[in-house]
Design a protein around this ligand. Structure first.
Ligand code: SF4
Length: 261
């Protein structure tokens, strides 16, 4: 079932047009949910996935959002630098940041010149030389691995998990830090056998500093309604406290640092 209008624009187009501007959805100051410490979070516009639980469906259209000069974003980050403290910095989330990878290389390089920490929150849909270059300038990769089973991943997002798993393996090969994220959705991502498989897949990774379990919520529903789209999870309950802790217990068998959000 298609929930979103599909777009004919190629992913590459966003990457090449207008190299001085990022196409963004919104900007958050003093964010504390996407990476360590206090952060400026840039939510970029455009995504290839069509997640059934997407709480920002208005960030999916690659032609939407607004164009903001990269130099302006750097200026704002520098202005907020005192609030970042030792751990904080700038996170680019989305939408899906890898669609604008070459511009983000420029952005992250400029942030590093200013001594500002960088995090990239990605669904891992692309895995190529440009993405690898971007990861060189990414202090922490926040990688969303939405389902370990490819068939379920398709149902959940519309696309395969292949490149996401490949990108995780690439990051591991570089020895650079990564946090993994898992959205817990009753009836979709709560199958114990698949959570075990997910955990076994990553348990020996040395670069995974933290695993975040993010509970599904219904807060994005009004956006689907206002965009005239069918919200697929209208009848899906949020996970109960017991379910959340049962799932956390599985992750705990495999990872030391788990955050339940
Ligand atoms: S990857 Fe993120 S922005 Fe893209 S559809 Fe999924 S939840 Fe929405």
């Amino acid at each position: 079932m298609i929930y979103f209008p599909l777009q004919d624009i190629e992913a590459a187009k966003l990457n090449i047009d207008d190299p001085d501007h990022l196409r963004i959805h919104s900007l958050e100051t003093f964010g504390t949910h996407d990476g360590p410490g206090v952060r400026m979070v840039v939510f970029v516009q455009g995504c290839q996935f069509r997640c059934v639980y997407c709480h920002n469906p208005d960030s999916i259209d690659v032609k939407g959002g607004m164009l903001v000069e990269i130099s302006e974003l750097v200026k704002r980050a520098v202005q907020q630098k005192n609030y970042f403290g030792a751990e904080g910095g700038v996170t680019v989330s989305g939408g899906e940041p890898l669609l604008q990878r070459s511009k983000l290389i420029t952005f992250f390089k400029l942030l590093h010149e200013q001594g500002i920490n960088t995090c990239l929150d990605s669904n891992g849909r692309l895995n190529n030389a440009e993405v690898h270059e971007l990861l060189e300038y990414t202090d922490i990769l926040l990688l969303d691995v939405k389902h370990i089973n490819d068939e379920w991943h398709h149902k959940l997002t519309g696309l395969s998990n292949k490149t996401t798993l490949e990108l995780a393996a690439y990051r591991e090969s570089t020895g650079r830090p990564m946090w993994l994220r898992y959205v817990l959705v009753p009836g979709w991502t709560d199958q114990p056998e698949y959570i075990e498989e997910w955990c076994r897949h990553f348990t020996n990774y040395k670069t995974v500093e933290r695993v975040e379990i993010i509970s599904f919520h219904q807060m994005g529903r009004h956006k689907w309604d206002s965009m005239g789209m069918i919200y697929p999870l209208i009848d899906t309950p949020v996970p109960t406290r017991e379910q959340r802790h049962q799932v956390k217990a599985i992750f705990k068998k495999y990872f030391k640092n788990i955050a339940l959000k």
